[in-house]
Design a protein around this ligand. Structure first.
Ligand SMILES: [Zn+2]
Ligand SMILES: [Zn+2]
Ligand SMILES: [Zn+2]
Length: 197
């Protein structure tokens, strides 16, 4: 717990308590961890709220004793309470204390594995979304290519038509030129005849 102003800040959730006692109660009540340490249980939950619910339902529903008090069922506790809710709080405290007396490594590794798995899932989701987008873009590109191919084919046809037209124009031009040459030759012949006369 870090001191800040008049309060104490929970290092796990940022909750502010106004005294060290309340800060400790907050930690032990709320931050019970994800594993039930009630002897013989060993249930795991994915949130502390779920684990508190499990503890309250499965281990905290005790009947009142002959003295009218509710006894905490945690082994070697023997706490007697006027209200059943106080038994649940006692069980939360035990669970928190037990969790924090356990070697942390296996739990930390589990949490880390979950985080890594979640990161991988998030990345896979991103990659899948990207692939879907890519495939949409590829389909759009393929559709544009189809259009371009059609255009290119009709351009080729036009080019062939123009080439055929040019060939025809050239042929008729050559014909006219040939005729012109013949005429010139004839005229030249007449001219030379005239000069000889
Ligand atoms: Zn907290
Ligand atoms: Zn349990
Ligand atoms: Zn107890």
């Amino acid at each position: 717990m870090a001191a800040q102003g008049n309060g104490l800040i929970c290092p796990i959730c940022g909750h502010t308590s106004n005294s060290p006692g309340n800060a400790s109660d907050h930690l032990r009540y709320i931050h019970v961890g994800l594993r039930c340490f009630f002897p013989g249980c060993n249930v795991r939950r994915t949130s502390e709220a779920d684990l508190r619910q499990h503890i309250a339902d499965q281990h905290g529903s005790v009947a009142a004793g002959a003295n009218g008090y509710f006894r905490c069922p945690w082994p070697a506790c023997a706490g007697d309470f006027a209200h059943r809710n106080s038994v649940k709080r006692c069980l939360f405290f035990h669970t928190h204390d037990q969790a924090n007396n356990q070697p942390q490594a296996p739990q930390a590794v589990t949490v880390l594995n979950n985080q890594v798995a979640q990161q991988i899932i998030a990345q896979l989701t991103q990659v899948t979304a990207q692939l879907t987008q890519n495939s949409t873009q590829l389909n759009a590109i393929a559709a544009r290519l189809d259009v371009l191919e059609t255009n290119v084919a009709s351009m080729r046809e036009e080019v062939r038509d123009v080439a055929a037209n040019n060939a025809a124009v050239n042929a008729s031009k050559r014909e006219r030129e040939d005729e012109g040459d013949e005429e010139e030759a004839e005229e030249g012949g007449r001219a030379s005849k005239r000069s000889r006369n």
